[in-house]
Design a binder for this molecule. Structure first.
Ligand SMILES: [Zn+2]
Ligand SMILES: [Zn+2]
Length: 263
């Protein structure tokens, strides 16, 4: 079975991808036999990291056109990863108006905690943080994003904080957050969203099979795959395992290999 499209790839056009390389990522996708790739650069407005900057969409679209004429055998899709779009409706609308975007991801990276914005990747550094409480707040924020009516199609890396789990803590278990996660999935299904299985560059399935099964139970129709690669070598990393997992959870590939997987 051929691998599905990688619909979550960052390149040099994302502020946090110094090793990103759109052309190199196309080459890697062709090498792997991927039918399609989507470049979903970061649009983050919650300023929590050094060096964050907005994506230069004009330059990005030029680069897409260059790659499309250079790599004819690959379907190259445009996209964007919106960070906390419901906090920034005006900025979100501006980005979405800038040009045709094939894949629009809605992502929560940050929560509001003790009056500040805190990225889940910073949870570990926060001494004394009540981790499970912060994770519950993360899921509450994700539900707020899904319910906000912001026009994104893909619910990206649903359980992102587990990538940054604290050593010594009881391990992350979906069961401990079942009510919160099911509420998100049910709202996402109701609003026609697509669940992303994000392979975290081959390290961690976000989410794992338990959640993909719940997605089906809550009425979810479609699943897509994303590596979250920030450099060419990670394109489609972890996809073999991810596709087996999604199939076991009751979703199958479409006849058109560039299409989403459906129940
Ligand atoms: Zn993300
Ligand atoms: Zn990403």
């Amino acid at each position: 079975m051929p691998l599905p499209p990688d619909l979550h790839v960052h390149t040099e056009w994302s502020w946090d991808a110094p090793k990103g390389d759109m052309e190199g990522s196309c080459e890697r996708a062709l090498e792997l036999g991927l039918p399609a790739i989507a470049f979903t650069e970061h649009a983050d407005w919650a300023l929590v990291h050094e060096g964050q900057h907005a994506v230069d969409l004009a330059g990005y679209f030029d680069a897409i056109e260059r790659c499309r004429s250079k790599f004819k055998g690959l379907r190259i899709m445009t996209g964007i990863e919106l960070g906390e779009p419901h906090w920034f409706p005006k900025e979100t609308a501006e980005v979405l108006a800038a040009g045709p975007l094939d894949r629009v991801h809605g992502s929560i990276h940050c929560i509001r905690w003790e009056g500040k914005m805190l990225d889940a990747s910073q949870f570990r550094q926060r001494a004394g943080l009540d981790f499970p409480a912060a994770v519950r707040e993360y899921f509450r924020e994700t539900l707020a994003m899904v319910d906000s009516g912001q026009p994104f199609e893909t619910l990206a890396h649903l359980d992102y904080p587990k990538r940054y789990w604290l050593d010594g803590l009881a391990p992350y278990r979906e069961k401990d957050y079942e009510a919160e996660i099911r509420a998100i999935l049910s709202a996402a299904a109701r609003t026609g969203r697509v669940l992303e299985v994000n392979t975290t560059r081959g390290h961690t399935l976000c989410p794992d099979i338990t959640v993909v099964r719940w997605w089906r139970e809550e009425g979810g129709q479609a699943v897509q795959f994303g590596s979250d690669a920030h450099r060419p070598a990670n394109v489609a990393d972890g996809f073999l395992l991810a596709t087996q997992m999604v199939e076991a959870a009751g979703f199958k590939p479409a006849d058109d290999p560039t299409d989403l997987w459906r129940r």
